[in-house]
Design a binder for this molecule. Structure first.
Ligand code: HEC
Length: 273
C-alpha cells in the first residue's frame, strides 16, 4: 500500500472544506441577491433613519444659520451681475450677509471650554493659521495657499502675513492674494461683501470649520463633536481679542505684571498662558 495515501486522503478532505468555506452564502453590501424584491443584498434604509448619536439638523448645536441664511432670496443685488434673470438663489449658508449666521454661541462658554478650544485649535488649525491666527503656520510657509489672517480690519491695507509674500526677484514683501487685497473674509468677498473675520458672526466661523471653505477642507471629521467646534470658535474669538487688547482691558493683577521688568520667574509664569 502506498504509504502516502492517508496523507492524500486528509489533504483531499481539507480541500473540500476550503472550497465550501470560500463559497459561503454571505453577501457583500449592494451585491446582487434574489432574496429581496429589489435584488440587492442590502436593505434600503427607512426614510428618517439616523445614525446612533447623530445630531438632528434642528439641534441647537447645529443651528448656526439664521432663517435668513437657510433660504437666501434670489434677488440680492450682487446676483444681478451673475444671473440677470434673478432666478438663481444662492445655496443655504452662502455668506451674502452677516445676518445669515447666528451671533450667539448655543451654550455659555467657560474657562475650561476655552482651554479645550485652545488644545483643538493648536492641533487642527495652527499648522496653517498660525498659533495666534496671523496665517503664518508651517503649511503655508511651505507653499500651501495662505489663509486670511483673523486680525486684519477693513482699513489694514496689506500689512498682514495673509496678504504678503516675498517677491523672489526684488526680495520685498508684496500683497499675494490679489483677489482680496485687504485680507478680509474670502467667503463674504465672493458675494460682494467686505467683512472682516473679526466682525463675522460666530455662526460663520462654525460653518467654515464644519464645511470648509475654498482651499480649506472641512474639519467635522477631525472635530466630530459639534460642541467642540463651538469651543474652537470661542478660542478663535479669544485670539482676536488678545491681539487687539489694550493695557486698559487687563485685570489689575495683569496690569501690574506689565510694569514689572521681565525676570526668569515672570517669564516662566507667562508660559502658562
Ligand atoms: C491645511 C490648512 C488649513 C487648516 C488645517 C485649517 N485652515 Fe482655515 N483656511 C485655510 C485656507 C487656505 C483658507 C482660505 C481658503 C481660500 O481662500 O480658498 C482658510 C480659511 C479659513 C477661514 C476664513 C474663511 C473666509 O471667509 O475667509 C476661517 C474662519 C478658518 N479658515 C478657520 C479655521 C479653523 C478654525 C481651523 C481649525 C479647525 C482651520 N481653519 C484649519 C487653511 C487651513
Amino acid at each position: 500500500m502506498n504509504r502516502y495515501l492517508p496523507l492524500f486522503a486528509v489533504l483531499a478532505l481539507f480541500a473540500g472544506c476550503q472550497q465550501k468555506m470560500a463559497d459561503q452564502p454571505a453577501h457583500r453590501p449592494y451585491e446582487e441577491s434574489s432574496m429581496f424584491e429589489h435584488k440587492q443584498s442590502l436593505r434600503p434604509l427607512e426614510s428618517g433613519v439616523i445614525h446612533r448619536n447623530q445630531k438632528l439638523s434642528d439641534d441647537a448645536l447645529l443651528t448656526w444659520l439664521t432663517p435668513a441664511g437657510k433660504s437666501i432670496p434670489a434677488d440680492a443685488e450682487w446676483l444681478k451681475s451673475v444671473d440677470p434673470t434673478g432666478k438663481t438663489a444662492p445655496p443655504p449658508g452662502a455668506p451674502t450677509s452677516n445676518n445669515n449666521f447666528v451671533k450667539e454661541f448655543p451654550f455659555e462658554l467657560h474657562e475650561e471650554d476655552f482651554r479645550r478650544g485652545q488644545v483643538l485649535y493648536n492641533a487642527n488649525c495652527a499648522l496653517c493659521h498660525g498659533g495666534a491666527g496671523h496665517a503664518n503656520g508651517k503649511i503655508p510657509e511651505r507653499g500651501f495657499l495662505r489663509p486670511p489672517s483673523y486680525h486684519t480690519d477693513v482699513n489694514a491695507v496689506a500689512k498682514d502675513w495673509s496678504t504678503l509674500s516675498i517677491n523672489k526677484e526684488t526680495g520685498k514683501a508684496e500683497p499675494s492674494y490679489t483677489g482680496n487685497p485687504r485680507g478680509t473674509s474670502r467667503g463674504f468677498y465672493r458675494y460682494g461683501q467686505e467683512q472682516t473675520l473679526k466682525t463675522v458672526n460666530v455662526g460663520y466661523i462654525f460653518q467654515v470649520i464644519t464645511w470648509g471653505y475654498g482651499g480649506m477642507a472641512s474639519h467635522d471629521t477631525q472635530i466630530p463633536d459639534a460642541a467642540d467646534r463651538w469651543r474652537v470658535v470661542g478660542y478663535v474669538r479669544a485670539l482676536q481679542m488678545s491681539q487687539a487688547a489694550s493695557a486698559a482691558d487687563l485685570t489689575d493683577e495683569l496690569k501690574k505684571r506689565l510694569d514689572q521688568p521681565k525676570t526668569a520667574k515672570t517669564a516662566k509664569t507667562g508660559e502658562k498662558h
